[in-house]
Design a protein around this ligand. Structure first.
Ligand code: LLP
Length: 421
């Protein structure tokens, strides 16, 4: 559920009219609902409370929405963070996430990022290769600091989601093939400053089928037992993220946090280990919309086009994954028509929806792409020298710009004329 609804004929984010915001901030802009973020976090945290050793860590996957105010909203509720770069680590710390609630994932962490994590004193690194074990061993040695690691396994399962966001298959770059885990633990044990204390997995995103997740968590448990027997002291099992969110009202919903937690409870009953979860999309997906204006409509040879002022650089998901985002007029229209919704960017991939039955909007109308809180602003670029759009957070009747629109002049200022020009 979210807090975007029509009141007095116009879509509101909580108690704030998005049309009023558009007048003040200009379009396009992202708008986040703090109440929705808080609710989703609480629902998830309550669902998994008590699992494993009774003290699970819900580490929000920062990549889904790294805005400082989003992270600070979650930090206040006690969320941890799953980070995958030095930049995300800095954001999580700046937002007030305690270092001992931060896990560092990623297939290509560099020495300076490993060092930053050690200096901050994070909970653990989720290590994804034998080479990384040696890199981290050397950096930990340099700092003479004991570092907890979990081995991220590649469970070789098909998560049954879009290929570009599947990470658990045998051919994916992620994790260490599960049958090499004993050797990876043995290698880690040769590193004086590494403490191999856990196992981790993350098989993909926008998951609707809990079966592959269940198989993966079972595999983590089997490996944890085997590693315990081999003399390692296992403390934590990181189940990753991946729970899907509903993008389309006309399709069956994904499993709920309660469904997910019931599955985890069944599989992990009696486990003595602390469980870690890394939800991203399900916390913030429905908590954000991208508000845009219709620039004009035009008739193609066969299609009716709606040209909006947002584009693929602002919300890449439709272009990259053929992802579906509901398209709504901020002031609902009764009339509908089949339209293709596009942005101003000069390539055909700049398409939000093809031949879709939508409200019949006209030039000047305000519109919203729904469920844009996850992997929206964070994947934006400045392609076509377009400004990064501002982000606004609403809480009740209050609102604040939580990321400024970067101006074309500021972007130009980053460039330089080569000395010979
Ligand atoms: N943990 C790890 C190690 C991850 O790589 C991810 C997401 C998550 C947790 C969070 O997964 P979530 O709960 O959000 O599904 N840009 C794509 C999604 C990429 C997901 C990458 N990894 C999209 O827009 O659909």
């Amino acid at each position: 559920m979210d807090h975007f609804e029509i009141r007095d004929g116009v879509m509101h984010a909580e108690d704030v009219s998005l049309a009023d915001l558009a007048a003040k901030v200009g379009t396009p802009f992202y708008c986040y609902s703090a109440a929705t973020i808080e609710r989703h976090y609480r629902v998830f945290a309550a669902a998994v409370a008590g699992l494993g050793n009774g003290d699970p860590l819900v580490a929000f996957a920062v990549k889904a929405n790294p805005n400082l105010s989003v992270l600070a909203t979650l930090a206040r509720l006690g969320a941890g963070a799953d980070v995958v770069s030095g930049g995300e680590l800095a954001r999580a710390l700046a937002a007030g996430v305690p270092a001992d609630r931060i896990v560092f994932s990623g297939v290509g962490k560099q020495n300076h990022e490993l060092a930053a994590g050690i200096e901050a004193g994070i909970l653990q690194f989720n290590v994804e290769s034998e080479a990384e074990i040696l890199m981290l061993g050397a950096v930990a040695e340099h700092y003479q600091r004991a570092v907890d690691i979990s081995i991220r396994i590649n469970p070789a399962v098909d998560p049954k989601t879009h290929g570009k966001i599947s990470t658990g298959g045998a051919d994916a770059k992620f994790g260490i093939p599960w049958d090499r885990v004993p050797a990876a633990f043995a290698l880690a044990a040769t590193q004086e400053w590494l403490r191999p204390v856990g196992l981790a997995a993350h098989i993909g995103s926008q998951l609707f089928d809990l079966g592959p997740v269940e198989d993966t968590i079972r595999r983590l448990g089997d490996l944890a037992r085997a590693m315990t027997e081999a003399g390692h002291s296992i403390k934590r099992i990181d189940c990753g993220g991946g729970l899907g969110v509903p993008y389309r009202a006309d399709q069956p919903p994904p499993p709920s946090p309660a469904d997910y937690a019931a599955m985890v409870a069944r599989v992990t009953a009696g486990w003595p280990w602390r469980l870690v979860f890394e939800p991203g999309r399900m916390i913030v997906g429905n908590a954000g919309v991208l508000v845009s204006s219709v620039i004009l409509t035009k008739e193609g040879a066969r299609r009716h086009f709606i040209v909006v002022d947002a584009a693929m650089n602002d919300l890449l998901r439709p272009s990259l994954y053929n992802a579906w985002h509901e398209f709504r007029a901020l002031s609902p229209r009764q009339a509908r028509r089949i339209a293709t919704i596009v942005g101003p960017i000069c390539e055909t991939g700049d398409t939000f929806a093809e031949d879709r039955d939508v409200e019949d909007v006209a030039a000047g109308d305000l519109v919203a792409f729904m469920t844009a809180g996850a992997y929206g602003a964070t994947m934006a670029s400045t392609y076509n020298s377009r400004a990064l759009v501002p982000e606004v957070m609403v809480k009740g009747a209050e609102w604040a710009i939580v990321s400024q629109r970067n101006q074309p002049a500021a972007m130009l200022a980053l460039d330089a004329r080569a000395p010979w020009l």
